[in-house]
Design a protein around this ligand. Sequence first.
Ligand code: KIV
Length: 265
Amino acid sequence: MSATTQRMTVPRFTALKSKGRRISMLTAYDFPFAALLDQAGVDAILVGDSLSMVVQGHDSTLPVTLDQMIYHAEIVGRAVARALVVVDMPFPTFHLGRTTAVAHAARILKETRCQAVKLEGGVEQADTIAALVAAGIPVMGHVGLRPQAVHQLGGYRMHRDGEQLLADARAAQDAGAFAVVVECVPPEIAARVTAQLAIPTIGIGAGSGCDGQVLVLHDLLGLTMGYVPRFARQYADLRTTVTEAVAAYCRDVATGNFPGTEPTP
Ligand code: KIV
């Protein structure tokens, strides 16, 4: 196996920071996209609870259940041969005590082929992160904007409290997290936090000073039906491609152009 096709493990992922190698991460929720992302060379795939919004059509990440996350994570886990696969712990699977959090995260690792979990929170989740890590479960933290707290925050707002952000990121690191997502934070604050941590920061709406970047796949491909954050960059317009392809098929069926007169093999 060459270095480029080597399986991304948690220790290799964390070591990318000291090598100064920028890290790419994207979400995926199904077999074909997970396989394509893996073949395209992304470092890590997140089965995000954004599944609730971009796949299930809800207006927040709150409704998706643990069973639904495990269903999708098992599919993604089977599709991926190389990238690190991380699964979001959905609300409120890690808020009900450390024992319950370990039981829920253990289900994710036992029932999928995924290697790590991600959970939102810093200082207030440090004990839970430590309990998961003590059980041998790798944890990615998530600080700054926490979408699961959308009702408490009153919307998807930029997190501007640099001291709190640093305290949260440090708490996640000290509790044993192997990396931390930093969401929707002014770039200079995210860069400062990145410089002070030994573990990689993976930014989303946090500027280029993070060690890596993550995007929701449907935002990148132009497939999102609802809210698209301003910081997302669209690299393709699959919504138009799909609509035009299906409309062309419907026209061909209507006119008899499909299947046409060629003999069926
Ligand atoms: O659920 C998700 O997709 C996420 C990313 C936005 C980081 O948590």
